[in-house]
Design a protein. Structure first.
Length: 249
């Protein structure tokens, strides 16, 4: 009975395509945020907060995956979410149930990339169903959320010693992509005064986040803590921006 109620409720929770693109994009972000939180717990950085972030992100990913599978408007999109579900089960298995270890941390880094790729594919497929410019803006702004967590993920992976030979390059690439996409969003013709104001707040948070990313991780954990806190603040501001783009028609 509970499953039926949840299924119906989940279907009702995605009201339109913009809402679906937002939630699909949020799955990308969560794939990176969970890895970040895992690496922070492993390093004893902001432990209680990081545990809450990990637990709530796992629950939200689960819930949105059900909603997106139910909403899927084409067989191809449905198939992608079934693939994502398999990858997600493997990811969740490594993330929860045991105290973080560096061995598992390397697996987390690897699987987080696979989950991200499928979550991104679903978002792009949904955006292609959109007939308005709002669909693209929801996708691009939603990707900024993911990039904020991706940068923090690679920073914490390197700090903990679980990063691979590509991690530093991937971190640098994400930084460049974030800065470029912010420019694109700032110059979007459909920006309302409220969106412009929110993007200005993101720009301010980006200054603090970049400063944190520029610090070399150390044994006192202060740089890692700065990255943990600033990555959450910029994520919060970006969530507001995506929500505003979602309301555009």
């Amino acid at each position: 009975m509970a499953l039926c109620v949840f299924g119906g409720e989940a279907m009702a929770q995605i009201a339109d395509l913009n809402s679906a693109i937002n939630k699909a994009g949020r799955q990308r972000m969560l794939s990176q945020r969970m890895a970040k939180a895992y690496f922070q717990i492993g390093q004893q950085v902001e432990v209680e907060r990081s545990k809450k972030i990990l637990d709530s992100s796992v629950a939200l990913f689960d819930r949105q995956l059900v909603e997106l599978k139910n909403f899927a408007p084409t067989p191809e999109i449905k198939e992608n979410y079934l693939k994502l579900e398999k990858s997600w089960l493997a990811y969740k298995d490594v993330l929860v149930g045991a105290a973080p270890s560096q061995d598992n941390g390397r697996k987390v880094l690897e699987i987080s990339e696979q989950v991200l790729a499928l979550a991104h594919q679903g978002t792009v497929q949904l955006e292609k169903q959109s007939t308005t410019s709002a669909g693209r803006l929801v996708n691009v702004s939603g990707r900024q959320r993911m990039l904020s967590q991706r940068m923090a993920k690679f920073y914490q992976a390197i700090a903990w010693g679980v990063g691979d030979d590509k991690s530093a390059g991937d971190l640098d690439k994400a930084r460049k992509e974030f800065a470029a996409a912010h420019q694109e969003l700032a110059s979007a013709p459909s920006n309302t005064p409220q969106i412009k104001e929110s993007l200005e707040l993101v720009k301010q948070q980006w200054f603090f986040f970049e400063n944190a990313l520029n610090q070399k991780a150390g044994p006192d954990k202060r740089p890692q803590t700065a990255v943990a806190t600033t990555s959450e603040r910029i994520l919060e501001e970006m969530e507001t921006v995506v929500g505003l783009y979602e309301k555009l028609k």
